[in-house]
Design a protein. Structure first.
Length: 648
């Protein structure tokens, strides 16, 4: 087809001998227009246009420009024109030539242009209609479309798996101890729980925690505006102790009042271990899914935007309401280089795996399995895991390693991920035992008087300090002893016993027989806090936790004896008129109280004491794993698993 026939007008080559073509629109050469120079067939300058010719020439030129701009506005789809520039397209097959003749082809081209004009006129009308509508209506329609797409995404993901049906729990109704003395001591611990609960209910019901001296509610910024931390944290303790009326009161409050849709920053870690762990545990113990289903998987998807980072390592803080599905979080301002904290992003695995199991939605498991992949690819200094990891760059921050604060529960969850998988998660097993080997080599030391402790590592230098939080490690080593490689089971039990002894010494060497927040092994002192800001006790559970595990694995009566010493100290120094309070200085003769009854006192400290004086058939360790807030979660048997594909 001649080129000229595709254009809206015909152009003949200059110098063809045709006046209309050779002189651009039939104008003969002559006259001049300043700045315009036209070349004839031999390259001669054409000038000398008369005034009327200038005017006509300008009209033609203006019409040409108008036509060009008009064509741009009526192009079929400008985005497709740009797509070939910015995005490489695969080669397209050559267009099929129509067998029809030139005349019919012209009719077809004309019809196509008419359809294009009609479509664009309709698009312009729709755009005008949209602009004339109120902004609120437009925003509402956009949100409806986002909600529709989001629900489709959830449906697609959930369709891949089926929720695991509820199984009757094993060992939730343990028998009373046959030994009268042990039974009496266990009953005493149950009375302590009732005293703590009754005072919370009377003075701070529905709030997060209790100020037992002022007899009013207390809340920290860890929970944002989420309320009821003590209620959710206590659900499983109340159930295990057979406090059914109190459990039902707590359950009713959760069903009616627990709300995650809050407009405030929350700690993803704290919400996970206390609220998610507490709700999952209550479900697995009681089987009353309907009471918790609204609060469990779907509303807890509100935590997922925390994972919207380049690496998938989650932020520490998230505003659940503002950032619902689309926003971003941030990290603690004091964290090294804007990093996430090892013990925070490393303490999501147990709860998120169970969320996927009970809901059938794999997204929770996918998030935590990605964390493991990121960590597996990183180099570890001396085989150790620093406490800080930047979620954007995927690089370690300050090289500070601790099995206590900032690092502790990461190691705990490596072991428990393997155990909770019915010992099929071989990656978790290897990561745990490799980490323990590095800890033994670089952090574990023995004092001059034979006390074994776990120091902290800062840039290659050891700080000979051990925190109360680190005392959980005795129980961890005991729990993992059975699977230790190279016949090291006995060695791990021995190491656990040595840590338990050191932590007991930190209690026994205080005036109040309660342990300090941290204790040191330098300057001629051993297992003693030397700094004022390390002498407080806030009802922490880690030492009692290790006693409980050591009793379960050895049945050595000294662990019950040490536990009872702690009970007596709690009753004598921490019990006040309105509940239980922490102590500001455990070395002081006359203690001063901090006036906070922590939710973990009911969730962990009293629960571990109760289990210490119970028979082994109450929550047997071959069937249950405790999250880091002492919420029991069932081991997922291979036959019951729904997310094996994700783990693999």
């Amino acid at each position: 087809m001649p080129v000229g026939s595709l254009l809206p007008f015909s152009v003949s080559p200059l110098g063809s001998g045709n006046t209309a073509g050779g002189s651009l629109g039939g104008l003969a050469p002559g006259g001049g227009v300043s700045g315009l120079h036209w070349l004839g067939p031999a390259g001669r300058k054409l000038s000398g246009f008369r005034l009327t010719e200038k005017f006509v020439l300008l009209l033609v030129f203006s019409g040409f420009i108008t036509l060009c701009f008009g064509a741009i506005f009526f192009l079929p789809d400008s985005s497709k024109l740009l797509s070939g520039v910015f995005f490489q397209q695969p080669p397209q097959p050559p267009p099929q030539r129509s067998p029809i003749g030139p005349g019919l082809q012209d009719e077809e081209d004309g019809g196509r242009l008419a359809r294009i004009r009609e479509e664009h006129e309709r698009a312009l009308r729709e755009a005008k209609d949209t602009l004339n509508r109120p902004p609120e209506q437009i925003k509402g329609e956009i949100q409806e479309e986002k909600d529709r797409l989001r629900s489709q995404g959830r449906g697609t993901a959930a369709a891949r798996l089926h929720p695991r049906p509820f199984k009757e729990p094993i060992g939730v109704d343990g028998k009373d101890p046959t030994d009268p003395d042990i039974k009496e001591k266990r009953n005493k611990i149950k009375k302590m729980m009732k005293f703590a609960w009754d005072n919370y209910k009377q003075y701070a019901w529905g709030l997060n925690e209790l100020k037992p001296i002022q007899k009013q509610g207390h809340s920290s910024n860890l929970f944002g505006n989420i309320q009821g931390a003590t209620i959710v944290d206590s659900l499983d303790t109340l159930f295990i102790m057979g406090m059914k009326d109190e459990f039902n009161d707590a359950k009713e409050w959760v069903d009616k009042h627990l709300e995650f849709n809050v407009n405030a920053e929350v700690s993803v870690f704290e919400v996970n271990i206390r609220f998610v762990g507490g709700l999952l545990s209550a479900y697995h113990l009681s089987g009353e899914e309907s009471k918790y289903s609204e609060k469990r998987p779907l509303n807890l998807e509100k935590l997922l935007p925390a994972f919207n980072t380049p690496t998938g390592i989650p932020w520490a803080l998230l505003n659940i309401k503002i950032n619902n599905y689309v926003g971003i979080g941030r990290n603690w301002p004091w964290a090294s280089g804007g990093s996430s904290i090892l013990a925070e992003f490393g303490t999501l695995h147990l709860e998120f795996i169970h969320l996927s199991e009970v809901s059938g939605n794999p997204v929770f498991a996918e998030k935590v399995m990605n964390i493991r992949k990121v960590l597996s690819r990183l180099d570890k200094p001396q085989g150790l895991y620093p406490n800080y990891l930047n979620p954007s760059s995927g690089q370690w921050g300050q090289h500070h390693v601790s099995v206590g604060g900032l690092g502790d529960s990461f190691y705990e969850y490596l072991l428990k991920a393997w155990l909770m998988s019915d010992k099929t998660d071989e990656d978790a097993k290897k990561l745990y035992y490799d980490a323990v080997q590095a800890i033994e080599t670089h952090l574990i030391r023995k004092s001059g008087n034979g006390l074994t402790y776990i120091a902290e590592w800062k840039g290659g230098l050891l700080e000979h300090k051990m925190g109360h939080l680190t005392c959980f490690a005795g129980g961890m080593f005991a729990l993992g002893a059975d699977g230790a490689p190279n016949d090291k089971t006995g060695h791990h039990i021995e190491l656990a016993a040595e840590i338990a002894r050191t932590c007991h010494e930190s209690y026994d060497r205080t005036t109040l027989k309660l342990g300090p927040e941290a204790f040191r092994f330098d300057g001629g002192v051993e297992a003693i806090a030397t700094r004022q800001n390390e002498k407080y006790y806030i009802l922490r559970p880690e030492v009692i936790e290790t006693y409980m595990y050591m009793w379960r694995f050895t049945h050595d009566p000294k662990y019950r004896q040490w536990g009872w010493e702690a009970v007596q100290a709690l009753e004598k120094y921490c019990r006040v008129e309105g509940g239980y309070s922490g102590i500001r200085d455990v070395y002081a003769t006359h203690p001063s109280h901090d006036d906070v009854q922590q939710s973990f006192y009911l969730a962990e400290t009293l629960k571990y004491l109760y289990l210490l004086f119970s028979d082994d058939d109450l929550l047997p360790l071959e069937h249950w794993i405790f999250n880091t807030e002492a919420h029991p979660l069932p081991i997922i048997q291979k036959a019951d698993r729904t997310i094996q594909r994700i783990e693999n």
